[in-house]
Structures are given as C-alpha cells and as structure tokens.
Design a protein around this ligand. Structure first.
Ligand SMILES: Nc1c(C(=O)O)ncn1[C@@H]1O[C@H](COP(=O)(O)O)[C@@H](O)[C@H]1O
Length: 162
C-alpha cells in the first residue's frame, strides 16, 4: 500500500509470514493502508524499540504484533507506545503455540496487549478488529465491515453437508 500506513504489522521472524500474510490480506481486502516488517524484541531489540517509539508520530493508529515461543514482541512494543497493540501468538514448536499465547496475553496490569487466537484465525481476527476500530471514525469502512459480515453469514447459511 502506498499511502501512510494506518496499521503496522510486525512479526518476530520471517517464518511467521505464512500466518501473518492472512492479516495483511484482510487489511488489503478492506483497503486499509498498512506496512509490514520483521522485528524482534530479542534479536533486534534496538530496532523494535525504535519502531514502537516512533510509530505514533509516523501516523500509525494500530499495531499488530505477532511472535512465537517466548513471544515478548507485542508486550515490549506496547511498553514503548500508547497505540493499541494487537498480539497474535504463532503456532509451532514443542508447545504448539500455547507458550506464544501465554507469553502474549499475560501482561502486567497497566500495559495492555489485546491478544487473539493462535495462528491464522488470530491473524485474520486481529485485522478485522483493526477494521472495526478504524470504522468507528470512518462510516465507509464500517459499512464495508457490515457487508463482509452479512456475506459471511449468507455463505455459512448456504452451506450443505454431504
Ligand atoms: N518470539 C519471538 C521474538 C520476540 O518476541 O521478540 N522474536 C522472534 N520470536 C519468534 O521466534 C520464532 C522462531 O523464529 P525463527 O523461525 O526465525 O527461528 C518465531 O515465531 C518468532 O516470532
């Protein structure tokens, strides 16, 4: 997207992209300007902090942060910005994402991370949540979300079983 990103999608590793592309696809479906990048609280701590500290002045409204395992990225970013941070725990490794979920969701009081489901559903829902939030100040966007939900309902009701 070429215009100023309203949503920044960050992930701890390129290996998270297969999942997080669903968040970016969903944002694109609603025409929301967004950017995406890899940054890690563990492996690139200065870059992650700098990203978080400057996001608001760059015009970003919402950050979607994905990480797996010892998933500290969303929490660290939330510590450095007043912007809403939506955390998406990645699935995988020995604990299948439970570790990612718990390390994303269990924030100490005072620094919230809104945490979504593990994996693809969480990636899509974080993007839809960003759409809903931005839709509070954008009637056109809110109408698109209404349409999306109505067509989803129609599709499910039309499903037949073998
Ligand atoms: N949890 C974090 C953080 C962080 O929280 O800062 N940085 C990378 N990672 C995670 O490590 C996993 C494995 O990464 P590699 O596949 O690169 O080894 C990824 O799911 C990533 O999000």
């Amino acid at each position: 997207m070429s215009s100023t990103p309203l949503v920044s999608v960050i992930m701890g590793s390129k290996s998270d992209w297969e999942t997080m592309k669903h968040a970016c696809d969903t944002l694109a479906q609603f025409g929301i300007a967004h950017d995406k990048r890899v940054c890690s609280a563990h492996r690139t701590p200065e870059a992650a902090t700098e990203f978080a500290r400057t996001a608001k002045e760059r015009g970003v409204k919402i950050i979607i942060a994905a990480a797996g395992g010892a998933a500290h990225l969303a929490g660290v970013v939330a510590a450095h910005t007043p912007l809403p941070v939506l955390g998406v725990p990645m699935k995988g490794w020995a604990l299948d994402g439970l570790d990612s979920l718990l390390s994303t969701v269990q924030m100490p009081g005072g620094i919230p991370v809104a945490t979504f489901a593990i994996g693809k559903a969480g990636a899509i829902n974080a993007a839809l949540f960003a759409v809903a939030t931005l839709g509070l100040a954008d009637a056109g966007l809110a109408a698109k979300l209404d349409e999306f939900r109505a067509s989803q309902t129609e599709k499910i009701l039309a499903e037949t079983l073998p």
